[in-house]
Design a binder for this molecule. Structure first.
Ligand code: AHM
Ligand code: MG
Length: 347
């Protein structure tokens, strides 16, 4: 029988930390705490369909307690798992308007945590993959004081670690600490309750064969984007066209597939939503950090997502991310009137 490697997330994080001589272990502790929250959320997501079968409809369960929506449950679990470790000074969640302070009874640390507790929540009732997205920054306010909004409003370039968990046919956790340390995927083995390494050092294919976008919004798109999608649908063996179309409608799951198979995921601006739909701080910057670490690109049409200096916690941005060549192509289509030379200019 072939020998397979048996690497838990915990061990992988600790071994990664040993490669940084100055590491204090705080980032590792944060990642481990996030993995615990992910296991709790995963369990609850797996039970989601039972809520109706067991008659827990409405806002109260059989004990007369209120039943929380799954996205609010995930938000609460993350706060409860993360607020008392002593490593954070402030948090922010897609589910909360303002920054989340660390209660005064807990020690303050030097890190900042941002998260989208349950991305793709409109897919919950259809049993389609959903996920949690997170990013960790170093604080910029003075140590020992409560964290402030400016700690949360840093460009993606400053991310120290980012990742996501997809609750799908299995639960997978993907993370990176950037700077060439690679993107790694772990799969939850429910029988032992451990995340086990399933893909190490993922490299996104330089060019893919899949595009991912909500085509229902076609009418409202920029003319360059319409031409790009039509271009991908044309037949040309030499450039592997036509591409396939895949759109789950949970960014976290669409990005996971894009990382593994290559291609391009897009949520553009359109004439109805001039800034697109997705949130810079909770969805786009963390996934852009992962995609770039895996060798891909992530832009808003013109700028790198990671270069954008945020001005508010919940700001939206258009996003195009994935295989480098595919993102170069959309960038070209968005900025040129004449597309006849696309192959010549890109390949
Ligand atoms: P959510 O945070 O309410 O779940 O919304 C974000 C989701 C993304 O996961 C996904 O990419 C997008 O919304 C899908 O939007 P649409 O239904 O407009 O295609
Ligand atoms: Mg979301």
């Amino acid at each position: 029988m072939a020998r397979t490697r048996f690497m838990t997330l915990e061990r992988h994080i600790i071994e990664g930390e040993r490669k940084h001589p100055g590491a204090t272990g705080e980032l590792s502790a944060l990642l481990s705490d996030l993995a615990i929250a992910a296991k709790v959320i995963s369990l609850e997501v797996n039970k989601a369909g039972l809520v109706d079968i067991l008659g827990f409809t409405g806002n109260q369960n059989v004990h007369g307690e209120s039943v929380k929506k799954l996205d609010i449950f995930a938000h609460d679990v993350l706060i409860r798992a993360m607020d008392h470790g002593g490593h954070l000074c402030v948090m922010a969640s897609e589910e909360e308007e303002d920054i989340i302070h660390i209660p005064p009874k807990h020690r303050l640390g030097k890190y900042v945590l941002l998260f989208d507790p349950l991305d793709g929540s409109s897919n919950i009732d259809a049993n389609v993959s959903i996920g949690t997205i997170f990013s960790i920054y170093k604080r910029i306010s003075p140590d020992g004081t409560p964290g402030i909004l400016d700690d949360c409003l840093q460009p993606g370039l400053k991310i120290e670690a980012a990742g996501y968990i997809v609750y799908g046919s299995s639960t997978v956790l993907t993370y990176t600490t950037g700077h060439g340390h690679g993107v790694h995927v772990f799969t939850l083995d429910p029988s032992i309750g451990e995340f086990l390494l399933s893909h190490e050092n993922i490299e996104i294919p330089e060019k893919g064969k899949i595009y991912s976008i909500n085509e229902g919004n076609y009418k409202y798109w920029h003319p360059g984007l319409k031409k790009f999608i039509k271009y991908l649908q044309e037949e040309d063996k030499a450039s592997s066209r036509p591409y396939s179309s895949r759109y789950i409608g949970s960014m976290v799951a669409d990005v996971h597939r894009t990382l593994l198979y290559g291609g391009i995921f897009m949520y553009p601006a359109d004439s109805r939503s001039p800034n697109g739909k997705l949130r810079l701080m909770y969805e786009c910057a963390p996934t852009a950090f992962l995609i770039e670490e895996a060798g891909g690109r992530a832009i808003d049409g013109k700028r790198n997502i990671l270069d954008i200096i945020p001005s508010s916690l919940h700001q939206r941005t258009p996003v195009f991310m994935g295989s480098k060549v595919d993102v170069d192509m959309v960038e070209h289509f968005l900025s040129h009137e004449n597309h006849t030379n696309v192959e010549k200019e890109i390949f």
